[in-house]
Design a protein around this ligand. Structure first.
Ligand SMILES: *[C@@H]1O[C@H](CO)[C@@H](O)[C@H](O)[C@H]1NC(C)=O
Ligand SMILES: *[C@@H]1O[C@H](CO)[C@@H](O)[C@H](O)[C@H]1NC(C)=O
Ligand SMILES: *[C@@H]1O[C@H](CO)[C@@H](O)[C@H](O)[C@H]1NC(C)=O
Ligand SMILES: *[C@@H]1O[C@H](CO)[C@@H](O)[C@H](O)[C@H]1NC(C)=O
Ligand SMILES: *[C@@H]1O[C@H](CO)[C@@H](O)[C@H](O)[C@H]1NC(C)=O
Ligand SMILES: *[C@@H]1O[C@H](CO)[C@@H](O)[C@H](O)[C@H]1NC(C)=O
Length: 507
């Protein structure tokens, strides 16, 4: 019997509580385990221990230290109070979220030098539970997620290699410039749902993050744009803050910024001043589109954008796109909303659209106007000459009026004649054989029938007009885009407690 057990162990047998597969993965998750099963093969590469009742203990540490070929350890949703001891040069992923970890010792990660992804969301870590040595040894750490903890300050001495750092749902109210000085590779930083306000950043704190592209500061207490934002930003979320004003120059230098979410703030410049916000759309913020005032003298069109006196929207880049309707060639000029523009145009029907490429690589049609140069406006929006075969609205109107008039006259004549006839019949009691009015054309019936006919004609005519008088299609309402923020998820969430999404982006 002992020989048999020994044989099993030598052959790399699987603990009876778990399932092992040929790819060196061991599944011990969701089993209500209170201690680490014994006999986990020492060459295990991925160990699933999530959703159990494991507590930190020396036996757990001893068991895990044997697994020197681990590449990933899933030990989330347990009852750990500290980082388990691990020794594996190949460990890349460590998921410890939803435990009760309150501190990280100075040597916690000294024997896992290849760790790339460390997930510590939904624990009880505090600023005092970590030291400047807690993360030493992690020279390759790329993703560090510590959402839903109890930090009051931004952690010091984080690994330089970090590219994404998630600290949403903490109590952070202060970030020193020293704590960000080394994070020059950071591209994603989430600080949503903290206690940050205008004075929370020391000088250059954000500027230090030279590669930062995605900064999430939603659900904090900023009343103005944070200072010293890095130029590299492409996405900035400030959703649900207290921002009341947005100065044009505060964003002007951010050439790469593609998405700015300032929904749910206290912006107060809508209404007639709303033009500033051209494309920054907030729920309660409906902003008017820019419509050029076009006046034409011979072949010279003067376009006025009626923006003068107002501050130019930040980062805006307006383009006027125009084309002769029947041709395929679209011309484009960048316009300065402060200045008028004059264009020499050939005869024809021209369409003008003002486009704003702010925040969107795709140009969106803001508004279009159609003007006619050197010829009367045609009856349809399709351009070209109104064909002789088609009945124009004026002609139709004339025909309808004529028909109504003729019918009315006929009815009147018949009516009068019949009345006379009847009158004379009554008067002279003449022979019914000579009765002039046929029964179906009795005076009363005649007038109603005629009325109905006229009504139908009128209705038909109005239908005609609704169609024929339509000079152009209403502008497409594609100014509002909703961007899915899921796209910003960096890693697969095989665990709960993910709270990195700030919310939808409204641009
Ligand atoms: C920063 O990122 C670059 C490119 O991904 C990488 O080569 C470099 O080693 C990283 N720096 C650190 C300190 O990890
Ligand atoms: C950090 O901030 C302090 C106070 O705001 C300032 O005096 C110091 O110059 C800053 N250091 C750097 C390196 O920006
Ligand atoms: C459009 O231009 C005309 C002529 O310059 C001017 O009278 C009119 O007030 C302008 N309308 C608007 C809305 O700017
Ligand atoms: C416009 O372009 C389409 C396809 O690109 C082509 O089929 C059509 O003939 C063009 N029309 C004119 C008026 O050039
Ligand atoms: C918008 O841009 C994306 C790629 O950036 C492209 O796939 C898509 O077709 C574009 N849409 C329009 C309407 O141009
Ligand atoms: C439209 O009218 C112009 C003159 O106004 C004429 O030169 C042209 O040939 C006409 N085109 C068509 C399609 O009838």
């Amino acid at each position: 019997m002992t020989v048999f057990v020994l044989l099993l162990v030598v052959a790399g047998a699987c603990p009876p509580e778990c399932r092992c597969d040929s790819r060196k993965r061991v599944y011990c998750n969701d089993r209500g385990l209170r201690s680490l099963p014994s006999g986990i093969p020492t060459d295990t590469q991925i160990l699933y221990l999530q959703d159990n009742l494991l507590e930190s203990s020396s036996s757990l540490n001893e068991g895990l230290l044997k697994l020197t070929e681990l590449e990933a350890l899933m030990i989330y949703k347990n009852r750990l109070t500290e980082i388990p001891s691990l020794r594996s040069d190949t460990l890349r992923t460590l998921r410890l979220n939803t435990n009760r970890i309150s501190k990280i010792s100075d040597d916690a990660f000294m024997k896992t030098p290849s760790l790339r992804e460390l997930i510590l969301d939904d624990n009880v870590l505090t600023t005092f539970g970590i030291s400047s040595l807690s993360f030493r040894g992690l020279k390759k750490l790329s993703i560090l997620s510590m959402n839903q903890n109890s930090f009051t300050e931004f952690p010091q001495e984080l690994p330089e290699s970090l590219s994404a750092l998630y600290l949403a749902q903490n109590q952070i109210s202060f970030i020193s410039n020293r704590s960000t000085a080394r994070l020059t590779n950071l591209t994603v930083l989430s600080l949503a749902e903290n206690k940050l306000s205008d004075g929370s950043f020391e000088e250059n704190t954000l500027k230090n993050l030279r590669q930062l592209k995605d900064l999430r500061l939603g659900h904090n207490f900023f009343s103005s744009m944070p200072p010293d934002l890095p130029r590299s930003l492409t996405e900035l979320s400030l959703i649900a803050n207290q921002i009341m004003t947005l100065k044009a120059d505060s964003l002007k230098s951010f050439q790469s910024l593609r998405s700015l979410d300032i929904a749910h703030n206290r912006l107060q410049w809508c209404g007639s001043e709303s033009i500033e916000l051209g494309t920054l759309v907030e729920d309660a913020l409906v902003c008017e589109a820019i419509k050029p005032n076009i006046s034409v003298i011979e072949n010279l069109a003067s376009l006025q954008f009626s923006l003068s006196g107002k501050e130019s929207p930040p980062m805006s880049n307006y383009e006027l796109h125009y084309k002769e309707l029947s041709s395929n060639v679209t011309n484009a000029v960048v316009i300065n909303p402060e200045e008028n523009l004059q264009l020499e145009l050939s005869n024809g029907l021209w369409q003008f659209c003002i486009l704003n490429n702010f925040l969107s690589s795709n140009l969106s049609i803001e508004d279009c106007s159609t003007i006619s140069i050197g010829q009367p406006a045609p009856s349809t929006g399709q351009g070209g000459n109104a064909s002789e075969n088609n009945v124009g609205p004026e002609a139709l109107m004339a025909i309808v009026i004529a028909v109504i008039a003729i019918v009315s006259i006929v009815v009147l004549v018949v009516f009068i004649t019949c009345r006379r006839k009847q009158y004379s019949q009554m008067k002279y009691l003449s022979n019914t054989d000579h009765f002039y009015c046929p029964k179906r054309f009795s005076p009363n019936q005649t007038s109603t029938k005629a009325k109905t006919n006229a009504k139908e004609l009128t209705l038909d005519a109005s239908k005609e007009f609704a169609v024929t008088l339509m000079l152009r299609q209403p502008p497409e309402d594609n100014r509002f885009y909703k961007v899915d923020s899921n796209a910003s998820d960096v890693y697969d969430t095989g665990y709960s407690g993910s709270s990195r999404q700030d919310s939808s982006l409204f641009i």
